[in-house]
Design a protein. Structure first.
Lengths: 236, 236
DNA sequence: ATACCTATATATAACGC
DNA sequence: TGCGTTATATATAGGTA
């Protein structure tokens, strides 16, 4: 479709190939979207651009595994893949026996398995794990698990920590009390007491954490050169 | 395209839906084939038919889907996935330290694409979030966030909490010191000292506190359901 | 379901910016 | 890369077999 009929074979000129990719990718995703909507089905479309950028469309969900073209020669890898596949097969067979026999295609069609790119979810998982660890460590400073204690110094440090916090608390309260006496309202909320600065930084952190969930896109591109790198950057 | 323009929304009549699926599937696969050929790229297309049959097109070796709709939830690969993620994380960190985070350097042979909505990961995320909140709440008992404070009573409770913990700590240490003098070994590990009883009472208190928080959890809930739902998909 | 038909809706190749 | 334009090629809705 176009001014001229195009033969279906690899386009030699790389610029043309890139242009065709962009245009047809768009069309293909649109069609995929339409089909999945019209027929209310799960559908996933994955491709690597000529510049090896991954593009995903998914109507729903799920994890998908896909082979990496440039890396299919490694024997070591093949063995790994086969092992993984075997594992998956087993797991799938279990599901197969329990449920209805609909997933034969999974067995017969699949030959290579592939590996994950870090999605937002994964990043968030890591972030949470780290934060949890930090938080628990912090907690341990106050209330150490006796079993984990290894030295008297640690114990003393903990005591000091508790003591200094306690001191700070008392000072804080006294500060508040003196303010309260100046302003007569007994039911006055603490936030409104003068000289009491809400720690904005804390709130900010929470907002950032939550915004990580906001993304829920129909389709998206991911750069392959690194999980760490910015997804919106252009490939070289 | 056809005699009449069709609105892109789920087709109600199941026979029509099935017919449309067949026709459009064919077209979609053709387009997928053309794109992958013209641009010489790896591409995979996966879908479940209205009758839940899996259909795969792949320009290369193939791909795998872990189904996610309610009917297909037999596969138990959480462990596998988490392990894999851990592995990838490690490798990625290494690659990052050594050199630029090029994808090839990260994992030897495989790419895994992991859809953001993957159920098991999501559950894990949810669990972590809860745990983090619990932990932070616990932490606040020792060192409260001023903004959240609403009453003087809470402050006093916090002080008492700190004080009692401190007292317990000091007693504990003195207990240990006296034991140490009786037993001459200076390098003796604390865990092995006789008469060292983990204070069950205290742990119990913590559990109670946490469960109380957990039942209050709803108001603090993070918008996790945003991850699950697809905004373009009409709810059934 | 599958094949063919036909009128119409869409996709897109080649071009310019 | 991205965005229009336009002439043409394809896809497909709604039929029928």
């Amino acid at each position: 479709m176009g001014r001229a009929k195009l033969e279906i074979k690899p386009i030699q000129k790389s610029t043309n190939r890139q242009i065709t990719y962009s245009k047809r990718k768009k069309g293909l995703i649109k069609k995929a979207y339409e089909l999945s909507t019209l027929c209310d089905i799960d559908l996933a479309l994955l491709m690597f651009s000529p510049s090896d950028r991954l593009c995903i469309f998914s109507s729903e969900t799920s994890a998908i595994v896909f082979p990496d073209r440039s890396k299919r020669q490694g024997i070591q890898n093949k063995e790994y893949l086969l092992r993984t596949l075997e594992q998956l097969k087993t797991e799938n067979d279990m599901a197969f026996q329990i449920n209805e026999p609909r997933y034969e295609a999974i067995h017969s069609d699949v030959k290579v398995i592939n590996f994950p790119i870090f999605t937002e979810l994964e990043k968030e998982l890591c972030r949470l794990q780290q934060q949890l660890q930090i938080s628990e460590e912090e907690l341990r400073k106050f209330e150490p698990d006796p079993v984990r204690f290894t030295s008297m110094e640690e114990m003393e440090a903990c005591e000091n920590h508790l003591l200094s916090t306690l001191t700070r608390m008392v000072q804080r309260r006294e500060h508040l009390l003196s303010r309260s006496f100046e302003a007569p309202s007994t039911q006055q909320s603490i936030e409104n007491i003068e000289g009491w600065e809400p720690e904005a930084e804390f709130k900010q952190a929470r907002i950032i954490a939550n915004s990580a969930y906001a993304s829920n896109q129909l389709s998206y591109d991911l750069p392959l050169q690194g999980i760490i790198s910015n997804p919106t950057q252009t490939p070289k």
